[in-house]
Design a protein around this ligand. Structure first.
Ligand code: ZN
Ligand code: ZN
Length: 363
């Protein structure tokens, strides 16, 4: 299966037209990858994609030129040989555009000054959110990649259960998770793997430390794989030794909030509504203050992308969005629990892509 770049470009061209610009210069690497498959953007090399009503032109760091010629989709692929914008400047001037859009959040002040100097007489228009909304709804190719990444995450969780025991450190566990995922088809870790145990688990996004796992610890692990540039994201929290009454109580509340919000996932549902369903449930039991982050987020070429499942979000779910549902409760000096699933919104409701158990695992 290959991505349908033509369709993606067609959809973008309608948006470029609506924005009343003759062409768009795309500089955000994930957007470039989405529209052309240029792995140069994906690896962070210098790359720009120029799209007008008839052509898409990729200007790419010459170190990646050969690879790009073989793998990327664009009407023209031009090696970026000069240290400056010269290739692009030539293209834009040659095309005689009246106006040129650029991604306002993704160029530097220095680059903007340069554009103004070079393109005197061309109307420069800072755009935002022209490409990103297209990426919110996934196509079949993207869903296949994300599903595969989620499978690797599930396998890693199953694997790590045997590894977690008193005496091993959080860092040990995070390295094992990363290594297992890389060995099993992940291109890199989706983000810095989070392993937080005991009191450290009260920090939602703790960095793994040299702390050794002790009997009675919660061990919270948040991790994901990357396949074809697409991310997965999941969190599971386990207990080592024996779970206390309080631990069981917190865990079952988070699980209830997670499953309740999950059961409401469907097209046309407001993202903020889902967040408040989970938050009210946790709040009623007196832990409202301890649920310190959003319920979830979109996942794709970036591990955190639109939509936002949180208070004040205007986003509404659509079929084929991929989102997380991840409530948590964090209590200082005691610990924290988060349960996170990766979820595909379907016409009929939803399909969970992460299959690891959500029952409290006691190791
Ligand atoms: Zn996560
Ligand atoms: Zn997440």
């Amino acid at each position: 299966m290959v991505p349908d770049y033509k369709r993606r470009l067609e959809r973008l061209r309608r948006r470029i037209e609506a924005a009343k610009i003759d062409a768009l210069m795309v500089s955000e690497p994930n957007n470039i990858f989405y529209l052309s498959g240029s792995s140069g953007g994906y690896t962070g090399a210098r790359v720009r994609l120029l799209i007008d009503s008839s052509e898409s032109i990729l200007v790419i760091d010459r170190r990646y030129y050969e690879e790009t010629i073989r793998s990327a989709f664009a009407d023209k692929i031009i090696p970026w040989t000069k240290s400056s914008f010269e290739e692009l400047v030539g293209l834009v001037k040659g095309a005689a555009y009246q106006s040129l859009g650029f991604e306002a959040s993704h160029i530097t002040v220095k680059q903007f000054e340069r554009l103004k100097r070079e393109f005197e007489g061309i109307k420069l228009v800072g755009t935002s959110g022209l490409v990103e909304p297209l990426r919110e709804v996934k196509d079949a190719y993207e869903i296949q990649k994300i599903t595969k990444a989620a499978e690797i995450g599930d396998a890693a969780f199953q694997y790590i259960l045997d590894f977690i025991k008193p005496g091993v450190t959080e860092i040990d566990i995070s390295i094992e998770l990363d290594y297992f995922m890389r060995k099993n088809g992940s291109e890199k870790s989706s983000f810095e793997t989070i392993v937080a145990s005991g009191v450290n688990s009260a920090v939602p996004h703790a960095t793994p430390s040299g702390k050794k796992i002790e009997v009675g610890d919660f061990v919270k692990m948040d991790f994901g794989a990357v396949v074809g540039g697409y991310h997965s994201d999941m969190t599971r929290t386990v207990v080592v030794g024996k779970a206390s009454k309080k631990q069981k109580q917190i865990y079952s509340l988070v699980k209830e909030a997670q499953e309740t919000a999950l059961s409401k996932v469907a097209p046309k549902v407001e993202c903020q509504e889902l967040d408040s369903i989970a938050r009210e449930l946790v709040g009623k039991k007196g832990y409202g203050e301890a649920f310190v982050h959003n319920l979830g987020h979109g996942v794709g070429l970036e591990v955190h992308e639109a939509p936002v499942l949180g208070k004040g979000s205007k986003d509404v779910l659509k079929s084929n969005m991929v989102i997380t549902i991840e409530p948590g409760i964090y209590i200082s000096n005691l610990g924290g629990v988060r349960i996170e699933d990766l979820v595909l919104v379907t016409k009929a409701g939803y399909k969970v892509l992460t299959h690891s158990t959500k029952e409290l695992v006691v190791l």
